[in-house]
Design a protein around this ligand. Structure first.
Ligand code: MG
Length: 387
C-alpha cells in the first residue's frame, strides 16, 4: 500500500455559541481548521486534522501549518502509510520542528493502518480500557451568575467535569471561582484555567481570596518557573498545559513535582504517535492526564477519543470532545458524548464517515489523481468513483 495523493483543505468552524473569549483579551469567532486526506493506491482514504486557536494561543497557526504541509506532501508520496515510523522519519527530514503541522499526516496514517487491518485505532494504541471516559466542558468568561448557570446547563446534560476560564482580573476571578466552586456537587471536578494569564502576585491573591475551596489549578502563569513557585505555595493540585510541550518539559515537571496532572494535546506532540509516547510515559511515571487537542472537528474528536479510551482509567482525568463547540460538521466520527461521557465505537481506523462536500475543494494537492474508493474493511469493495 502506498500514499498516492494528499489533499489539503481549509475548513471554517464557526463557534455555535458565538464569540469565545479567554485570558489576555484573546477572542475568536471560530476556528480555521486544516484537514488533510491521504489517498492510497488501493483506494483507502485516511483523514487527519490540525485546528489551532488562531495564531495567538500556543506556537501553532493555521497558515504556518498549511505552509509546512505543502513541504511535507511531496516527501510522503509513495510511502506505505502503515509504516508510521517511516512516514514520521520522512517528515522530520523534510521539516525541522513544527510538530503540530505533521500531526494531521500522522493521524491519517493511523486511520489508514486501522482501516487496512480492520481494527479500531484504540486497539492499535493498546486496547480499550473503559466503556467510556469523562468529557470536560469549558465555561468561558462571564459574570459569576452566568458561570454558574453555564455549569448547571452542562450538568443537566450529564457533564461532571468543568473547566472554568480565568484571567479577567483578581476580584472578578475570585468571585467567579468562588461561585462556581460553591455550586459544585460531590462527584464533580473543577479546573480553573488561567491559560498563563496571572502574574505570581495575582495568583497568590486569588488563591488567598478563594480560601479553602477545592479545585485543580491549571496553568496559572506564563512561565514554567513561575508555575513551580505557585505550586510550592498551594496545596491545590496543579495541571500544566501550555508549559508542557515536549518530553523534556514533561520529565522536568514530573521530577520537580510541579504538575500533578498534564494536558496532552495531540497536535503539540505531532499527532497520535507522539501523544501515545507521552501517554505511556505518564502512565509509567504515575501522572494523571487530560487528553485533548486545541480545537477540531469530528476527525480530531475521534483521534482524541481513541487515545483516551485506550488509557488506563486511573491515569485519565478526562478528555475533550468538540462536537457541540462548532456550528459545522464534516460528517460522522466514531466518538460521541453521551451523558457527559465520551463513547467510542469499534469501526476500523478512526471510524470516520467524512462528507467530502463539507471539506470543499482542496487548497493544494500532491500526487496522482483520485482513484476508485474502497470501503474501510481491509478487503475493500469499491463504493464509487470520485470526481
Ligand atoms: Mg488549558
Amino acid at each position: 500500500m502506498k500514499i498516492a495523493r494528499m489533499t489539503i483543505h481549509s475548513v471554517a468552524l464557526p463557534f455555535r455559541l458565538g464569540r469565545y473569549t479567554f485570558s489576555g483579551e484573546r477572542e475568536m469567532d471560530g476556528a480555521d481548521s486544516t484537514v488533510i486526506c491521504l489517498e492510497t493506491d488501493c483506494g483507502l482514504r485516511g483523514y487527519g486534522e490540525v485546528c489551532p486557536a488562531g495564531a495567538f494561543y500556543i506556537p501553532q497557526n493555521p497558515e504556518a501549518a498549511r505552509a509546512c504541509l505543502a513541504l511535507l506532501g511531496p516527501k510522503i508520496m509513495g510511502l506505505d502509510p502503515r509504516e508510521i515510523g517511516v512516514v514520521n522519519t520522512a517528515m522530520s527530514k523534510a521539516v525541522s520542528g513544527h510538530d503540530y503541522a505533521k500531526a494531521p499526516i500522522d493521524m491519517a496514517c493511523w486511520d489508514l493502518l486501522g482501516q487496512a487491518t480492520g481494527q479500531p485505532v484504540h486497539r492499535l494504541l493498546g486496547g480499550r480500557r473503559a466503556e467510556s471516559v469523562p468529557a470536560h466542558r469549558a465555561i468561558a468568561f462571564g459574570a459569576p451568575e452566568e458561570a454558574v448557570a453555564t455549569l448547571e446547563a452542562h450538568r443537566a446534560r450529564g457533564f461532571r467535569h468543568f473547566q472554568l476560564k480565568a484571567g479577567c482580573g483578581v476580584k472578578a476571578d475570585i468571585a467567579r471561582i468562588s461561585a462556581v466552586a460553591d455550586a459544585l456537587g460531590e462527584d464533580e471536578v473543577l479546573c480553573v484555567d488561567a491559560n498563563g494569564a496571572w502574574t505570581f502576585h495575582e495568583a497568590m491573591l486569588i488563591l488567598r481570596g478563594t480560601g479553602e475551596r477545592d479545585f485543580i489549578l491549571e496553568e496559572p502563569c506564563a512561565r514554567y518557573e513561575t508555575n513551580r513557585s505557585v505550586r510550592l505555595h498551594t496545596n491545590l493540585p496543579m495541571k500544566l498545559d501550555e508549559s508542557i510541550d515536549d518530553l523534556r518539559s514533561l520529565l522536568k515537571a514530573q521530577e520537580d513535582q510541579t504538575a500533578d496532572i498534564v494536558s496532552i494535546k495531540l497536535s503539540k506532540f505531532g499527532g497520535l504517535t507522539g501523544a501515545r509516547l507521552v501517554r505511556d510515559l505518564c502512565e509509567r511515571l504515575g501522572m494523571v492526564m487530560n487528553i485533548e487537542c486545541v480545537f477540531g472537528s469530528e476527525i480530531t474528536s475521534s483521534a482524541v477519543a481513541h487515545l483516551a479510551i485506550s488509557t488506563a482509567p486511573r491515569h485519565l482525568l478526562n478528555a475533550s470532545h468538540y462536537g457541540d463547540y462548532f456550528d459545522a460538521s464534516l460528517g460522522e466520527g466514531s466518538a460521541r458524548v453521551e451523558g457527559g461521557r465520551i463513547v467510542v465505537d469499534d469501526r476500523p481506523g478512526l471510524g470516520l464517515r467524512i462528507d467530502e462536500a463539507a471539506l470543499g475543494p482542496p487548497l493544494m494537492s500532491f500526487g496522482a489523481e483520485a482513484r476508485p474508493r474502497r470501503a474501510a474493511s481491509g478487503r475493500g469493495a469499491a463504493v464509487g468513483e470520485e470526481a
